[in-house]
Unconditional design. Structure first.
Length: 512
């Protein structure tokens, strides 16, 4: 997505209605994303943002909060910010009161100046999930779900459900009032440039696709590590945990992009179909495989870089007896022709040594160990997609070390996105909001796939709830998690990649 001042002419007049307009997500991500679209000419000539919240603000007071006083609104001239602020409006509303939605309908009529043309509206639900069903029902009571006078779309933030039963119930509730093609279930990971590049790298390059199968790949490894703790989200996180917060959505979405078959067309329907086949092919987890192949942990207090870090149970708002996992790692398989017997490994956790997310493709060593078995095992070919930070792609391969003999040494060939200094790399929310404006749901999650992901994860939640003998391992803050997770990786001399802040470096003791 680059500069395109003429693209606004292809988008009809629109309004973005944000429920939860006083929340942190709106302040840090949504308003800055739309501001960047405005600065780059992607908004239509007639556009309005309507914030909905319980706080009593005037339009002017809300504009000051989200524009004038917003440190996340970077770039742009003072004139641009003033022009953008004029597009923003605010309506105090109690979202659980059905009659209040008549005020919303009237306000939208005013914003569209009661003109007879189409009224295209995106409703963005940035509220506690318990309100999702209430909001869609009350919108429908006012006819704000109908496409007869312009399209209506709804963006829903995660978490989409708490487990399989609640996800199914939420899907049924929303589908009572909105069609599937009106619903955009957002996962901001899918909006990242480096995540999208997974498909391009696979399907645009003939050197990769022939190797992308069980014959050449030893294992696939996905890491989403967070250096920070739970911040001020103790109330939410203690009822969620790493499995719900990261694995069920972000990491399984990455798995689907790595593992999917080539789509027949480059459109949302074809891509969603191939991703859904992967979710349906995930080998179901049994109680035995959960005990053996799923590791959960919780960080404990430790001295990290000269500072004492509190343990999870010592954080504000956390039950001192909490068994909520802040770390989850697992091994699983995809039962289809391409991936039969190839293990997939995912891990995520808080209070790890660094903040990094990446996908690692480990290729099999040569069958004939010409240079010695140990040397070849330690120098496996590896393709790394770094999602953040230091975004880019890294290929590790063997090269002859200088000197006598034929001793192979692993070397790097890498590309970094920041080398494209003349290219603008949009924020994930910026890309996803623009896609919703243009009716492209490719980078959003479809309802049946969301349920299939929960179907896979739910047995783990049940096992942890029902079987107290399944351990919750403590791990020191600042470490790479419980040492038991290292035993998940199959094979002699095989281990997790320990990524560093710098894409090209790895190892337990590199600079973080």
């Amino acid at each position: 997505m680059g500069d395109n001042s003429n693209s606004a002419n292809n988008i009809m007049d629109q309004a973005l209605v944000i429920f939860g307009a006083s929340g942190d997500l709106t302040f840090r991500k949504l308003i800055p994303a739309v501001f960047n679209l405005f600065c780059r000419g992607y908004l239509p000539s007639h556009y309005a943002i309507l914030g909905i919240g319980r706080t009593e603000w005037s339009d002017e007071a809300y504009r000051d909060k989200v524009v004038t006083e917003n440190p996340y609104l970077t770039g742009g001239t003072r004139e641009k910010k003033e022009q953008f602020a004029a597009l923003i409006h605010y309506l105090p509303l109690e979202t659980s009161t059905p009659t209040a939605y008549k005020l919303l309908k009237d306000k939208l009529q005013d914003l569209f100046q009661k003109k007879p043309g189409p009224q295209n509206i995106i409703f963005y639900l940035s509220t506690p999930p318990l309100l999702y069903g209430t909001i869609v029902e009350n919108l429908a009571l006012q006819g704000l779900n109908k496409d007869d006078n312009g399209w209506k779309r709804i963006i829903i933030e995660k978490p989409f459900g708490y487990d399989l039963a609640s996800a199914k119930a939420l899907n049924r509730k929303i589908l009572d009032y909105f069609y599937e093609d009106q619903i955009y279930r957002i996962d901001h990971y899918l909006g990242k440039e480096t995540v999208q590049n997974l498909m391009v790298t696979r399907f645009a390059n003939s050197i990769f696709e022939p190797l992308w199968n069980r014959n050449y790949i030893h294992r696939v490894e996905i890491t989403a590590a967070e250096q920070g703790g739970i911040d001020n989200r103790g109330g939410y996180y203690d009822g969620s945990g790493a499995l719900r917060d990261m694995v069920q959505n972000h990491l399984l979405q990455l798995v689907s992009l790595v593992a999917m078959e080539p789509p027949t067309r480059l459109d949302a329907g074809a891509i969603h179909n191939e991703k859904h086949k992967i979710f349906e092919s995930l080998r179901p987890l049994t109680r035995d495989s959960i005990t053996r192949d799923v590791i959960r942990g919780q960080y404990v207090s430790a001295h990290v870089r000269g500072k004492q870090i509190a343990g999870y149970r010592e954080e504000a708002g956390i039950n001192p007896d909490s068994r909520t996992e802040t770390y989850a790692a697992m091994k699983f398989h995809i039962d289809n022709w391409r991936w039969a017997d190839v293990p997939f490994y995912v891990r995520t956790g808080k209070r790890l040594p660094t903040r990094v997310s990446e996908v690692v493709i480990h290729f099999k060593p040569n069958h004939h160990h010409l240079f010695g078995k140990k040397q070849l095992t330690n120098n496996q070919n590896m393709l790394v997609f770094r999602i953040h930070p230091n975004e880019g792609i890294l290929l590790k391969f063997g090269l002859k070390a200088p000197g006598a003999g034929y001793r192979p040494e692993q070397v790097n060939m890498d590309f970094h996105y920041d080398e494209l200094s003349e290219k603008y790399v949009p924020d994930a929310y910026e890309r996803l909001i623009l896609d919703a404006m243009q009716g492209d749901s490719t980078l959003y999650a479809r309802g049946d796939s969301m349920e299939a992901a929960w179907q896979f994860v739910n047995p783990i939640l049940d096992a942890w709830q029902e079987d107290p003998s399944i351990p919750l391992y403590g791990y020191p803050a600042g470490s790479w998690g419980p040492e038991h997770a290292d035993k998940l990786i199959e094979g002699e001399n095989m281990a997790w990649r320990y990524p560093c802040k710098n894409l090209s470096e790895d190892g337990l003791y590199c600079e973080l």
